[in-house]
Design a protein around this ligand. Structure first.
Ligand code: NAD
Ligand code: UDP
Length: 389
């Protein structure tokens, strides 16, 4: 499993072992990236996060062959004087830390803006001042709504890809009005992207910006009432998984007509490793990372997840598999939605030769198998417990 022999980059040069300061290493993406780096490369990780539940299996037992290559530091980057020292100890910093669940954007807009902009500022500053490379995680949401969404519903131009394909260097960022607080996240991410870009232009910061397009897979978010708050609202994969596990209808926000492209986390992590190990090809670039072939409406996602879950669990689907719910009822005041998200893949393909591989059906099958194995028993027990009076 561990890397042996000389590994070469895309241009045939030997890849030198490096130390990576990974901020937000204990989250969904961080946990998969830690696994990839430990299992397939000789690099070392300084893993920073407030939580480590999702990487516990990598931190213990200490007899594992990779144990001396990962060091966990429990810290909050908002207020911890160790941050600069850890960035200085590393060759590369990867910043994943963020509040990034839509249910928070309109209900906790201040926390969202602080987390995605203010808290990221020292990370950028320390990288720039200490001449350290930075890979910063932004979001596809910086594109906001498509140009096509503003055309009349029956306009033939809506079928023209130039009105909806999202391209790093040409598409505009189109957000709703200020009272639509949904866009607090996208706007904060956009400003930190602009700041990083400016640090590159004015002070020579070596940076790469990643825009994930709905990466999904095992360990994403939490199941309410099992390993997260009962009233919590995670992202759609965990919301629908929770409904399926509890045999409740899946809730379609505003009819579930928004469209998304989903990419399997394991495909996406391959792209991140290419960025890590090919700085000459990745520095100075903003990369869309998604799977344009996996587009569905949220309603179609619900239908497919229902079918796949029935297959992996052996339980028949509910007669009424989905119900409609208004966004106001589900998310509260100030919610708004991205209508359609198809990534243009030209830049990542040209620079890193990366392409996603896994179909939506296959990625749902492996992810829902994991959800069923991990949570079905706990849910059964939670449901059977008598409610305290
Ligand atoms: P996640 O919530 O699972 O991971 C984020 C991690 O950052 C968490 O473990 C959290 O504890 C940590 N963190 C947050 N604030 C912190 C702080 N102040 N100090 C220390 N640690 C802190 O989310 P994820 O899906 O892994 O996303 C990682 C990054 O990718 C985020 O920046 C997110 O905006 C971006 N992103 C992800 C997706 C996706 O499809 N998963 C899509 C768009 C953007
Ligand atoms: N959504 C839904 N039901 C749910 C959870 C989410 O219909 O139980 C919708 C949400 O309104 C959005 C899409 O699913 O249109 C994707 O939501 P997610 O939380 O994954 O994040 P987003 O892609 O909007 O960043």
């Amino acid at each position: 499993m561990a890397a042996t022999g000389t590994r070469l980059d895309l241009d045939g040069r030997p890849i030198k072992p490096m130390t990576i300061c990974m901020i937000g290493a204990g989250g969904f993406i961080g946990s998969h990236l830690c696994e990839k780096v430990l299992f397939e490369t000789p690099h070392k990780i300084l893993a920073l996060d407030v939580y480590n539940d999702k990487i516990k299996h990598l931190l213990e037992p200490e007899t594992q062959t990779w144990a001396d290559r990962i060091q966990f530091h429990r810290l909050n980057i908002k207020h911890d004087s160790r941050l600069e020292g850890l960035i200085k100890m590393a060759d590369l910093t990867i910043n994943l830390a963020a509040i990034c669940t839509p249910a928070d954007y309109n209900t906790r807009p201040l926390d969202t803006i602080y987390s995605n902009f203010i808290d990221a500022l020292p990370v950028v500053k320390y990288c720039s001042e200490n001449n350290k490379r930075l890979i910063h995680f932004s979001t596809c949401e910086v594109y906001g709504k498509t140009i096509g969404s503003y055309l009349p519903k029956d306009s033939p131009l809506r079928q023209d890809p130039s009105y909806y394909i999202l391209k790093e260097d040409t598409s505009p960022c189109i957000f709703g009005s200020i009272e639509k607080q949904r866009w607090s996240y996208a706007c904060a991410k956009q400003l930190i992207e602009r700041l990083i870009y400016a640090e590159g232009a004015e002070n020579g910061l070596e940076f790469t910006i990643v825009r994930p397009f709905n990466w999904i897979g095992p360990r994403m978010d939490f199941i309410p009432g099992i390993d997260g708050p009962s009233e919590g609202v995670p992202r759609v994969l965990a919301c629908f998984s929770n409904n399926l596990l509890r045999r409740q209808p899946l809730k379609l926000v505003d009819g579930g007509q928004s469209q998304r492209t989903f990419v399997y986390i394991k495909d996406a992590i391959e792209a991140v490793l290419l960025m890590i190990e090919n700085p000459a090809r990745a520095n100075g670039h903003i990369f869309n990372v998604g799977n344009p072939n996996n587009e569905v409406t949220v309603q179609q996602l619900a239908e497919m997840m229902t079918e796949v879950y029935s297959k992996v669990s052996g339980e028949p689907p509910l007669e009424t598999a989905t119900i409609d719910v208004s966004s106001k009822e589900f998310y509260g005041e100030g919610y708004d939605d991205s209508d359609k998200r198809i990534p243009d893949m030209t830049i990542i393909n040209t620079q890193l030769g990366w392409n996603p591989k896994t179909s939506l059906w296959d990625l749902l099958e492996s992810t829902l198998t994991y959800q069923h194995r991990t949570y079905a028993e706990a849910i059964k027990q939670a449901i059977s417990k008598p409610v305290a009076s």
